[in-house]
Design a protein around this ligand. Structure first.
Ligand code: HEC
Ligand code: HEC
Length: 299
């Protein structure tokens, strides 16, 4: 009996040892992903100075950035949890502590398009994999707005990421570093012409991150946010593609589906997308309608 207990004890000891090593190496892997330096020479993007372009940038920022960085872009807590740590969305304006008070144009392009900060490290949460799709013209307009928006003096605090999320990042269970998934050397996509058609709708889907939660093919997916419900499939019968354009616009603007179901704004950012013009929402819907139910246009 004593022998058995002894071997059991040794076995347990080994098991615990192996576990400790596994956890430690996952955390270390997470650390090295967070500390990795990316060398990125961002593309030169023209920053316009005319009122029309700046206004265009204001519109795009309201739809694509304000949901996380705050309506005045002065920064906001994005994620705050005693176990996980905190990741604030920084102040982007020219006010004290704001990115536009210190960033060069290249710094902005690197962070918005490539998800990499001026120190070369990957930004967390910031959905650069979607913004990578913004044309030079639109990205330039957004940066122009950041430089011209009313300055806000606000410091939403420093990023601090605890052990648990470091472990989850290490084993790829929490994919929050866009810089990892972007092909930084890829050729720029051909810019879509701004008009009410499926082609421009595809551009809106790509730049606004719909695929992050609704799946690469929009046939259903899951956002990386803890506790989020699945992102339903948007195509085919029963999907949003089958709604009328007016029903789709209402769902995106008021957060209510045609059968009267409210959409949870904590997980589906309809309040941001609802700021799109009717034309843009209609283009988006035309794109959904243009896709086969499987979402796969290659067959
Ligand atoms: C889903 C939330 C989210 C959205 C949407 C978003 N951001 Fe961010 N952004 C963040 C977070 C969080 C950070 C901080 C990342 C970090 O500290 O690792 C960040 C960081 C940044 C930075 C780096 C600033 C600094 O001081 O380090 C810039 C620049 C930026 N975002 C611009 C934008 C722009 C422009 C848009 C819209 C086109 C946008 N973001 C949309 C969450 C978001
Ligand atoms: C951060 C994750 C996330 C992003 C990004 C996102 N969605 Fe959603 N979406 C969801 C979730 C989760 C639901 C289900 C919400 C609910 O039922 O309360 C949903 C629901 C919907 C619905 C209702 C579908 C139905 O059949 O009830 C539509 C339509 C929709 N999203 C369209 C879009 C479009 C278009 C985009 C991009 C412009 C987008 N979503 C981006 C997470 C997201």
């Amino acid at each position: 009996m004593r022998q058995v207990l002894k071997w059991l004890g040794i076995g347990l000891g080994i098991l615990v040892g192996v576990l400790v090593v596994a956890v430690a190496s996952a955390v270390l892997r997470g650390n090295s992903k967070l500390d990795q330096r990316y060398t990125i020479e961002p593309e030169a993007v023209n920053i316009p100075a005319d009122a029309t372009s700046i206004e265009r940038g204001q519109y795009l920022a309201a739809v694509s950035c304000a949901g996380c960085h705050g309506d005045d872009l002065g920064g906001a807590p994005f994620f705050q949890d005693p176990a996980m740590g905190s990741i604030p969305a920084p102040n982007l304006t020219t006010g004290v502590g704001g990115a536009a008070s210190t960033y060069s144009d290249a710094d902005f392009v690197r962070s918005i398009r490539h998800g990499v900060g001026p120190d070369g490290k990957a930004l967390a949460i910031m959905p650069a994999q979607a913004f990578w799709h913004y044309s030079d013209e639109d990205l330039g307009a957004i940066i122009a707005w950041l430089r011209n928006a009313p300055p806000v003096a606000n410091d939403p605090g420093e990023r601090s990421i605890n052990l648990l999320p470091r472990l989850l990042i290490g084993i790829d269970a929490m994919k929050i570093l866009a810089a990892e998934s972007i092909d930084h050397m890829a050729a720029r996509p051909t810019p879509a012409t701004r008009q009410v058609d499926a082609g421009y709708g595809e551009y809106l889907v790509n730049t606004n991150d719909c695929r992050q939660c609704h799946g690469a093919l929009l046939t259903g997916g899951q956002s990386s946010e803890p506790g989020a419900p699945p992102g339903p499939g948007l195509l085919g019968e029963g999907g949003a593609a089958a709604w009328t354009a007016a029903e789709f616009v209402t769902a995106m603007r008021d957060g209510v589906t045609p059968d009267g179901r409210p959409l949870d704004a904590r997980f589906m950012p309809w309040e941001d997308y609802g700021r799109m013009t009717d034309d843009d929402l209609t283009a988006l819907h035309l794109y959904l309608q243009s896709l086969p139910a499987t979402g796969d246009t290659s067959q």
